[in-house]
Write a protein that binds this ligand. Structure first.
Ligand SMILES: Cc1ncc(COP(=O)(O)O)c(C=O)c1O
Length: 398
């Protein structure tokens, strides 16, 4: 007797296949330069690789402690303090996760009950809404609007809209600074407003700071939300090795939070993966302590790539929005008249030979983002130059 295949559980049905997997597969199938998914096309620092190999050779092959190997938690605490933030306790405050992705899921599932509301700025990293759905929570969007005459440099949000998003059911707000996909660095004033509302409404902030090292504008430094007055006690800060050191495949991330919030993260983490890969955690510890020069080189490369790409896209007729951080930029493609963001990205990948991401999937509000396209510029200079050559050849003739 044959039975129908079971449907995907309802909580995931609206999400479909991840846009990153979809666009990377399309890029491969059409031999396009892949500026869609955010991963570098070069290796991380030697020190990381050698330390991980050494850990394997030394037999660090069994389960790591649930909270992460001590040398890594100590290195994370040192890196946190080196950036001028108050001292933290590796045992009480730090939990090592399987990339920041798992930390997002663990924070949301450890904190939220079904029916709770979580405020999410849109466009967002799509794990936030999926994580909220896994927790049975309700995602409430607040829109980051494209730069305009009144806000020429930054994606911005309306203060009244943020205030209105807080309700008696709000338990958490997701903040992502520096921000994927816009390259926005939240200003101190913006973070102070978020902090005041969190305190007024007794809401926990989950602050995803995976791009903390990738800022290009000295006038817009990264500020950790947890360092604002009154925020340490109500913030879970998330970060990761992948973006800072071009080691996205290592999947080493972490959360930093006071003991009560760390308990929430660990409650979920222990039953999601229990612990991350042991040798990679040893490699991560080595590079966190010694990788500052690598980061500096990376920032220079990415800032230059951003400028090359921005100039090309502008020549091709797109409106390019400023990106002060991360390794992404957003542009408005509507002047080219190729249709929605999906149609535009399909044309780019299949005809022009450059893959990018259609950002409408990063919005909850229907219709938003269809005029936009997201490009990743975390590639070797020659890769960026080849992408730009194809963009000019393929788009200028339109
Ligand atoms: C904002 C943001 N958070 C988290 C992640 C995932 O981090 P990881 O690769 O460490 O899981 C990404 C990856 O693209 C991201 O852009």
């Amino acid at each position: 007797m044959s039975h129908p295949a079971p449907p995907v559980a309802q909580r995931f049905r609206s999400f479909g296949k991840s846009i990153f997997a979809e666009m990377t597969a399309m890029a491969t199938a059409h031999n396009a330069v892949n500026l869609s998914q955010g991963f570098p096309d070069f290796d991380g620092p030697d020190i990381a690789r050698l330390a991980a190999i050494d850990a394997i050779n030394k037999g660090h092959s069994q389960y790591a402690p649930m909270t992460g190997v001590p040398v890594l938690r100590q290195a994370i605490a040192r890196a946190w303090a080196r950036a001028g933030r108050p001292t933290i306790d590796p045992d009480a405050h730090i939990t090592v996760t399987a990339g920041c992705s798992e930390a997002i899921g663990a924070a949301l599932m450890g904190l939220l009950d079904p029916g709770d509301e979580v405020i999410i700025f849109e466009p967002y990293f799509d794990f936030y809404t999926a994580g909220a759905a896994m927790a049975g929570a309700v995602a409430k969007p607040v829109t980051l609007h494209s730069p305009d005459a009144a806000h020429p440099h930054d994606f911005w949000f309306d203060e009244a809209a943020l205030r209105a998003a807080f309700t008696p059911r709000t338990r958490a707000i997701m903040v992502n600074t520096p921000h994927n996909p816009t390259g926005k660095v939240y200003s101190r004033a913006e973070l102070e407003l978020i902090a005041a509302l969190c305190q007024q409404h007794n809401v926990t902030a989950i602050s995803d700071e995976v791009y903390e090292q990738l800022t290009f504008n000295p006038a817009k430094p990264h500020i950790s939300l947890a360092t604002l007055p009154g925020m340490w006690e109500r913030t879970i800060t998330l970060s990761s090795l992948g973006k800072t050191f071009s080691l996205t495949g290592w999947k080493v991330g972490w959360s930093i939070a006071p003991p009560a919030l760390t308990a929430c993260v660990r409650a979920a983490h222990q039953f999601m993966v229990f612990s991350g890969s042991t040798p990679m955690q040893h490699g991560a510890a080595a590079v966190l302590d010694a990788g500052d020069a690598y980061c500096e080189t990376l920032r220079r490369l990415f800032a230059s790539n951003r400028d090359i790409l921005s100039a090309t896209l502008t020549r091709c007729g797109l409106t390019v929005y400023p990106s002060d951080s991360t390794y992404f930029l957003m542009a408005d493609h509507s002047a080219l008249g190729i249709g929605t963001d999906r149609a535009f990205c399909e044309h780019l990948t299949k005809v022009v030979g450059v893959a990018a991401i259609p950002p409408s999937v990063f919005y909850l509000t229907p219709g938003l983002g269809t005029n936009l396209v997201r490009f990743a510029f975390c590639k070797r200079e020659e890769t960026m130059r080849e992408a730009c050559r194809r963009l000019e050849a393929g788009l200028l003739k339109n």
